[in-house]
Design a binder for this molecule. Structure first.
Ligand code: PMP
Length: 359
């Protein structure tokens, strides 16, 4: 057994509190249980295995990748497992937690500028291209243009969901970054269901996939370049039936709701997907099964999505709290109560006795 063999075969977790019991069955594919913490482990393994088989990745090779962190985490753990060096180029949006994971696996990380077009020499893509030229035996997965990216989902994620639901899935909700997850999983599910599965893309508002380009804060999902000619070949638009554009505050509110009311600590783009699912659930009945694929775990965003001060600094805290309040009211959910620390007996009060909270 090696660590990359543990990738995939993730369970489906039913959401019981955020969605009404008399509506569709809503199931979350627990991709955060992959060893690298995200759905992207699947493509990392598929792309590396294919490159090894083709002789493109050989002993002594260095893996070079421009990444929003999750593909990097998958590649970094496989690099560590198989003895490759790795260099990753991450834009400024990539959380420190994700960069820390890459470095922990022994990879080198270069931070790029986020405010330039892909063809600019300071873009992540250009820096990665330059590194490929100057590092001997360098290999890049080119995840935006690698057919093994959607193929990984066609081979694993799609069949898993079909089998786990006993063919009952009627709706799939996933993000679109490279488009690999939604295109590969969606293509398989459409194929085996005779076209009966509806595929819904959950897109950050401001992403080119669903509208006009504007800045957004959700990481890893969406596209910041409008030019269709530069859209990734890994995104097959024909598989996607609907796109839902979700604002940052709504995405983050749904991430918080899942953490506080379902016990699922998920990333910001998973919040985007849950928000999109919440728009579809009222249109569906108990006959339907809706499967959501969250890309990753909330552990990568403790300093951002789950940090009150960060949310406030982005001007989003009040709106996030408001949306959480609306959903709680609708679902009859009680906010987790904070312990009234000042009213505690003196020996367990903060600052006294043994109890010394850090915040
Ligand atoms: N969310 C996050 C956090 C991601 O890292 C990614 C991958 N870039 C996605 C969503 C989108 O997945 P895909 O690239 O398969 O479309």
């Amino acid at each position: 057994m090696s660590i990359s063999e543990l990738i995939g075969a993730t369970p489906l977790v039913p959401l019981r509190r955020l969605f009404p019991a008399d509506g569709p069955r809503v199931l979350v594919k627990a991709e955060f249980l992959n060893p690298g913490g995200s759905v992207k482990d699947r493509i990392a393994r598929e792309m590396v295995d294919a490159a090894e088989a083709a002789g493109e990745l050989v002993p002594g090779s260095t893996i070079v990748e421009a990444t929003s962190g999750n593909t990097g985490a998958g590649l970094a753990l496989i690099a560590a497992e198989r003895g490759y060096d790795a260099v990753f180029v991450c834009g400024p949006k990539v959380s420190d937690e994700k960069v820390g994971v890459l470095r922990a696996h022994g990879a080198t990380v270069i931070r790029s500028r986020g405010d330039v077009a892909p063809e600019h020499p300071s873009s992540s893509r250009s820096i990665a291209e330059r590194l490929l030229e100057v590092i001997p035996a360098a290999w890049s997965s080119q995840q935006y243009d690698n057919p093994h990216n959607p193929a990984a989902h066609r081979r694993t994620t799609g069949p898993e969901i079909w089998e786990q639901t006993g063919g009952a899935i009627t709706h799939l909700v996933a993000n679109v970054g490279t488009g690999g997850t939604i295109s590969g999983t969606g293509a398989h599910l459409k194929e085996v269901s005779g076209g009966a599965v509806t595929v819904i893309g959950a897109d950050p508002a401001g992403s080119a996939y669903s509208g006009e380009v504007e800045p957004f804060l959700v990481e890893g999902a969406g596209r910041i370049y409008a030019d269709r000619a530069l859209w990734p070949s890994t995104y097959d638009e024909s598989v996607v039936d609907h796109l839902e554009a979700v604002a940052d505050a709504e995405s983050f509110a749904w991430a918080h709701l899942a953490a506080r009311h379902e016990g699922l600590l998920l990333g910001g783009s998973a919040g985007t997907a849950l928000a999109a699912a919440s728009r579809w659930a009222p249109r569906l009945t108990a006959e339907h099964t809706l499967v959501v694929i969250p890309a990753d775990s909330g552990r990568s965003y403790l300093s951002k999505v789950y940090d009150d001060a960060w949310l406030a600094g982005q001007g989003l805290r009040d709106e996030v709290e408001r949306i959480i309040g609306v959903v709680r009211e609708r679902r009859g959910l009680r906010a987790p109560a904070a312990l009234p620390l000042d009213a505690l007996p003196e020996d367990v009060r903060p600052g006294a006795g043994a109890l010394q909270p850090t915040a």
